[in-house]
Ligand binder design. Sequence first.
Ligand code: PPE
Length: 306
Amino acid sequence: MPITPVEKIWMNGELVPWDEAKIHVLTHGLHYGSGVFEGIRAYETAQGAAVFRLTDHLERLRRSAKLYYMDLPYSVPELAQATKDVIVANGLTSCYIRPLVYRGYGEMGLYPLNAPVDAVVAVWSWGTYLGDEGIRHGIRAKVSSITALGHTELARAAKATGQYLNSILAKVEVTNSGYDEAIMLDGHGHVAEGSGENLFLVRDGVLFTPFPSDGVLEGITRDTVLQIARCEGIEARERTLTRSDLVIADELFFTGTAAEIVPIREVDDHPIGEPGPVTRRIQERFRAIVEGRDTESARFLEYVNA
Ligand code: PPE
């Protein structure tokens, strides 16, 4: 997906012009994938731009960094302020936000602890990842032959740049076969997640999603959906899920910051159908929350001009 440039990027404490936000080719993170990142969204509300669960995302960034032995060079409140500053500097009302913390230039080799740690926060306008049509009518998903990485291979709870090579293989495999998104299983054949989304299914009115220990990122949208279910009186459970559970589900959907809440209308060529009632209710409540129309959920929004 092409990037639409804006004016400024926040880089190591300064707002720099978009075209000058550059790094050296011998940057550690470029060679070894030694970086951690976040995907966050700001939405337009009646009171201006509001960032959805900004502090929660930045806390996850701090945890991701810890898992790879990095100290964040800025505190979470400093990064929150940086995020708001870069949104204002670019005059955006809604946008995608990409904080990235990576091992910088100065050291080579696999012992990274002496390499510097750099931080950037970039913002740009980004429509929903799997398309508006996908949000409305659902997408076609396929289980990939690429296995989700396990807890002994990587710090699975981290959102780290290098970990996404695995997701890239899964995404390319299914996209080149004509599907919209990949579903990855873990080494035991249990459902993990999409290439960049968590997964939910509905069966007999009950919502299910895999445990974090099944190799999934603890998604913030996932957590929001679990909280929405509680408010809406929808029973929700974490459970180990299999490929069969996907095929016989009444409803299936993906959740993620970039993708938002995306119904799956077909899995492995089995029809699931148009988005069902539980998916619709959750989508509507999510929209109301992010647009600041849900007074019960005001805690989730951090306003840029507070
Ligand atoms: N699992 C994975 C592997 C993942 O990358 C994401 C977010 C999620 C689950 C959902 O997490 P959350 O956004 O907190 O609800 N993926 C980010 C990057 C996607 C990309 O393609 O880049 C995102 O959605 O911003």
